[in-house]
Design a protein around this ligand. Structure first.
Ligand SMILES: Cc1cc2nc3c(=O)[nH]c(=O)nc-3n(C[C@H](O)[C@H](O)[C@H](O)COP(=O)(O)OP(=O)(O)OC[C@H]3O[C@@H](n4cnc5c(N)ncnc54)[C@H](O)[C@@H]3O)c2cc1C
Length: 409
């Protein structure tokens, strides 16, 4: 019998941490591990809002996957996954290739949920991947450029749908980016609008009152038009129709109204719950012995009615349990049940403020912004040790909103 083959689908938080852990745990030659990802680079999904606003350089957000793998125990394959044949134990790739597996780990992440609202899928921008988010920044730049010609105010109205975690983080970045872009393009800042539309009665649903009050005050003080208890009915690329009968003329609507499992999961023939793959306590796909699923793609029951949230924190912790379970499966040892330990949540509002809770302590303002940096650094540490933290922090490339106009075009 040949070596057992492990195939990991997705090189995001879950897939990469699992790969790194397998590198550490597997003996030389014990298994053949292949990590498949759409792109050669890993993007730090929790910082994508900065790419959208241009407040971070690309090399701060992306890292070359082969450089992150430290041994020859895991082979990287750049390819797009299209299908999984559980009977034949094969993964179908877009390039026509088939990859055989004995054990499969699905970590294909999230997709944006547009709830079927007319025009959103076609016209709104989405924070889904590095590429889709980069498109937001390019579009914003084009609007400034075009405004100089036609003076159409809808070009300078930047609307964000959703004031949940991602929406607030994006608005925070826009608060810093838009005035800087006004300077560059010589456009009066008073001509610009940042509009944040949220269906719930407040920003950050699920956060405590102090965090909500702090955030509301902060964004309003910085000129954001916050529209809570307001639903978007339709978007046609130039105007947003609201349920209160009014319209917001805007050529930029960034949708951050919710996430769901990657749509590709629907075609895999595996049991789904609310668009995510149902897993058991060992992170194995319900009804299978050799397929595991983690992160945003997985539906891990918290109780009878709800699942763990789609967060990086969950994906990382699941990867840290899943990799040993894969090794145990190969060695014929017992599986370990996954236990989630919530350490806290911090939402940034630009670089100088944040809100949230860490180890049960409520934090806000500059200190919370500092803690957010610590959390990001911790991820780099888990992924690549102190050398990766230093390497990323030493990068001196400027954020896009601070580089010259000519370079932006
Ligand atoms: C702006 C923003 C801010 C966030 N902030 C936080 C935060 O502060 N804290 C927190 O805990 N969580 C946060 N999250 C959520 C967090 O980013 C996700 O929960 C996390 O990325 C999930 O990890 P994952 O490994 O499941 O998926 P991902 O990190 O999304 O990785 C999936 C990988 O699969 C690849 N892929 C997808 N489809 C295919 C395919 N067909 N073929 C091959 N490869 C494919 C993708 O390219 C990607 O590399 C934030 C999310 C966003 C968007």
């Amino acid at each position: 019998m040949g070596k057992p083959k492990i195939v990991i689908l997705g090189g995001g938080y879950g897939g990469l941490i699992a790969s790194r852990k397998l590198e550490k745990m597997l003996k030389n030659g014990e298994a053949e591990v292949t990590l498949v990802n759409k792109h050669e680079y890993h993007y730090i999904a929790t910082q994508l809002h900065k790419t959208g606003a241009g407040t971070a350089a690309d090399d701060k957000i992306t890292m070359n996957i082969p450089d992150l793998l430290k041994t020859n125990k895991v082979t990287f394959k750049k390819a797009t996954v299209e299908s999984v044949d559980c009977e034949k134990r094969q993964v179908g790739l877009q390039n026509g290739e088939k990859l055989s597996y004995d054990y499969l780990l699905i970590a294909l992440g999230f997709d944006v949920n547009t709830f079927g609202i007319p025009g959103i899928e076609e016209h709104a921008f989405k924070i889904k991947s590095f590429k889709t988010t980069k498109a937001i920044y390019h579009h914003i730049i084009k609007q400034f450029d075009a405004y100089k010609e036609d003076k159409d105010p809808s070009r300078l109205t930047f609307a964000v749908a959703g004031a949940g975690f991602t929406g607030v983080e994006l608005v925070g970045e826009l608060i810093e980016a838009i005035p800087a872009l006004c300077k560059k393009f010589d456009v009066p800042v008073e001509k610009t609008r940042i509009v944040n539309i949220e269906a719930s009665p407040s920003v950050l649903p699920g956060f405590d009152k102090e965090a909500i009050d702090f955030t509301t005050k902060f964004v309003k003080k910085n000129g954001v038009e916050l529209m809570t208890s307001t639903k978007i009915l339709e978007y046609n690329a130039i105007s947003i129709k609201l349920d209160n009968g009014s319209e917001v003329p805007s050529r930029t609507l960034i949708w951050s109204g919710g996430v769901r499992g990657n749509v590709i999961l629907e075609s895999l023939g595996l049991p789904l719950n609310r668009g995510r793959i149902e897993v058991d306590q060992y992170l194995r796909v319900a009804g299978t012995e050799n397929i595991y699923c983690i992160g945003d793609a997985a539906y891990f029951k918290k109780n009878e009615t709800s699942s763990l949230p789609p967060t990086a924190q969950v994906a990382i912790q699941q990867a840290e349990t899943c990799a040993p379970n894969l090794v145990a499966a190969i060695r014929g040892e017992a599986q370990k049940a996954f236990e989630y330990h919530h350490k806290g949540t911090v939402a940034s509002i630009g670089t100088m403020a944040a809100v949230g809770k860490v180890f049960g302590f409520k934090i806000s303002g500059l200190f919370a912004a500092f803690m957010k940096q610590v959390i990001e650094a911790r991820y780099l540490f888990v992924l690549g040790g102190p050398s990766l933290v230093l390497k990323q922090f030493a990068k001196t490339s400027k954020p896009y909103h601070q580089v010259a106009v000519q370079e932006n075009k």
